[in-house]
Ligand binder design. Sequence first.
Ligand code: 6PG
Length: 264
Amino acid sequence: MKTENRRPALWIAPTAQALARRAAEMLCRAAVHDCRQQGYCCMALSGGTTPRALFALLTAQPRAAVFPWRRSHFFWVDERMLAYDHEQSNFGAARRLLFDHVEVPQSNLNPMPVEVVARRAAAKYEKRLRVFFRARGRKEPVFDVVLLGLGADGHTASLFPGASGKGASGRWVRAVQGGEPAVARLTLTETVLNQARRVLFLVSGSAKAPMVKSILESGRTDLPAGRIRPQSGDVTWLLDYRAAALLDEKTVAAMRPPADAEGG
Ligand code: 6PG
């Protein structure tokens, strides 16, 4: 059943570390809930530096013992076409900081392929997504959680301003060029991101504050991050004080999660 876009929720943490703790709590709750409800959970993780504190926290007890690693499946929202052991590889960072330290089956990790040219890698990953979701009775790529970052220019995943994010004829994965580092990349398209059940934007630092304000107060559907509004999913903006510093009081009040929000 199509529901109206739900109002995004906003959680503001006093520090980047508190932000990472909140995000870790939310991911863990979502995974426990979904594994109980449907027998598995599938998440698409973002790259960049912001999630690194979160990854490290997920290896700490008691969370690491509670997280249903064996029934959780991990994908990526984007990847730089670099070897996984390159320091700027998104999968490489997640493996170093998180997956090498928890009991997740290797078959539950679905890194984007980087050993072939980007266009072929995009087609290969899209096939992998279709097989995964079809095996779970889904024609569409409905991730239980999508973790996204925000660039100061309004990009998210590797969907950059000015490039079409929808992907040719409803594609789920695209090969693009750009970002920092300016290399060939793969990215999930808006078609996929907007099917998610839960989208968590994780944003830290004063450099992002102007773009956070612009997106949350002016909509900015001209920018990729402003177009992530799943039809029947929840969007939560997890910010630290610095990233939230320019928001109007009324914006913060209007986006405060309902008192009973599980935050999961
Ligand atoms: C990437 C990321 C990208 C990132 C933002 C924020 O591969 O570059 O997926 O979308 O999330 O650029 O990056 P930081 O967390 O490093 O600020």
